[in-house]
Design a protein around this ligand. Structure first.
Ligand SMILES: *Cc1c(COP(=O)(O)O)cnc(C)c1O
Length: 379
């Protein structure tokens, strides 16, 4: 491939910090780089607690343990999301309830979500698709009225905000991902952000195999023991050291992506005007992070044709989620609430363009010109 879809970003202190972590001879989850990353999030978000985890999936799983979901409980989420969002619900025997997305943002349709509420609804999981914020003010107002817990899947949302507040700071809890395909990476990694103080004390226990080991380390008790449900939600120091370096350069990495995003957006304006495609949009109240640049083609057939044409020209574009309500496990474990019209339609027409910090303006021009030539040949 001349232009791959993703290349993980680099930052300058990765080797240095990993070397230090090795030197400190403290490689497990309570080492200094895990603490520094957690501090970084506390400063960045003003959150109650941040747990650096092995993945976003494990952060979401930890959130489900803290929300104490089980058989008979329902959790509402968009069908248009990654499997992890729904899988953690099924894992604890609760029922994923799928709702449609808003056509403009591909984020959870708040009116559909409100209609899907039942007395069994325990949690709602908005997903900030493409790093564009869900309507969190409305969702939080509904959570107070109907008494459900909001766990935001902020996997794609680092350095993005909604109404001036970082996306990780919205919701009772939120989960970020640092998988190598995300904006800020450490190979595999995530963070559970806790914004509601009522979850903090249990989080100390749940993250550490259900023990009060943290109290032991703090000198509050003279031995630790099994207290509650939990698992190992701790991240290795080696990955945390890499992550700290990335977080420290996160603003610059995001700025590069935003420049590419803007170049795509301007470059596709004419094709949109000519009715060939629809560009993704970022509502005025959102400050996005250019995690994704996608276009919607006019039909699934045209999407397939452009996808393979780009591939022939050495450009790796990518579709996105197969809606979960139509996936085998979604049918087996979940249920649909309301219409899935927008999800079923737009998921079939969406194509993501190459996007990573080290793209060059020439690369973006090559992509834009290849798409233009595709449409020129067709008309
Ligand atoms: C990437 C992603 C995840 C999973 O993240 P991991 O860190 O790989 O577990 C979950 N949800 C969404 C929306 C994602 O994009």
């Amino acid at each position: 491939m001349k232009i791959p879809f993703n290349v993980p970003p680099r930052s300058k202190n990765e080797e240095k910090y990993i070397g230090q972590a090795i030197g400190f001879k403290k490689l497990s989850g309570e080492g200094i780089f895990n603490k520094k990353c957690a501090e970084w999030f506390k400063n960045h978000l003003q959150c109650e607690m941040a747990v650096i985890t092995p993945s976003c999936t494990s952060a979401l799983e930890m959130a489900m343990v803290l929300a104490d979901i089980g058989p008979g409980d329902e959790v509402i989420l968009p069908s248009f999301t990654f499997t992890s969002t729904a899988n953690v619900i099924a894992l604890y025997g609760a029922t994923p309830v799928f709702v449609d997305v808003d056509p403009q943002t591909m984020n959870i349709d708040v009116a559909a979500m409100e209609k899907a509420l039942t007395p069994k609804t325990k949690v709602v999981m908005p997903v900030h698709y493409a790093g564009v914020g869900c309507e969190m003010d409305k969702i939080m107002a509904l959570s107070e009225k109907h008494n459900f817990i909001v766990v935001a899947d902020a996997a794609q949302a680092i350095f993005a905000s909604y109404k001036g507040k970082p996306l990780g700071a919205w919701g009772h809890m939120a989960a970020y991902s640092f998988h190598e395909t995300k904006n800020i990476v450490c190979g595999e990694g995530g963070a559970l952000i806790i914004n509601d103080p009522r979850f903090v004390a249990r989080a100390e226990i749940v993250r550490d195999k259900g023990t009060n080991r943290q109290q032991f380390l703090n000198g509050q008790v003279d031995k630790y023991t099994w207290q509650d449900k939990g698992s190992s939600y701790l991240q290795s120091e080696l990955a945390a050291a890499f992550l700290l370096s990335q977080l420290e350069e996160g603003e610059q990495i995001t700025a590069h992506r935003l420049a590419h995003w803007n170049q795509y957006h301007q470059g596709f304006a004419d094709l949109e005007k000519a009715g060939k495609l629809t560009r993704m949009t970022v509502p005025a109240e959102s400050q996005a992070n250019a995690h994704i640049y996608y276009i919607l083609l006019n039909s699934a057939e045209e999407r397939a044709a452009l996808w393979s044409d780009l591939k022939e020209h050495g450009i790796q574009s990518t579709t996105h989620y197969v809606p979960l309500h139509s996936a085998p496990a979604g049918v087996r474990f979940g249920r649909v609430a309301g219409s899935m019209k927008v999800t079923d339609d737009q998921a079939n027409r969406l194509l993501r363009m190459p996007m990573y910090a080290d793209l060059t303006p020439d690369d973006v021009n090559t992509v834009l010109n290849t798409v233009r030539q595709f449409f020129a040949r067709k008309s």
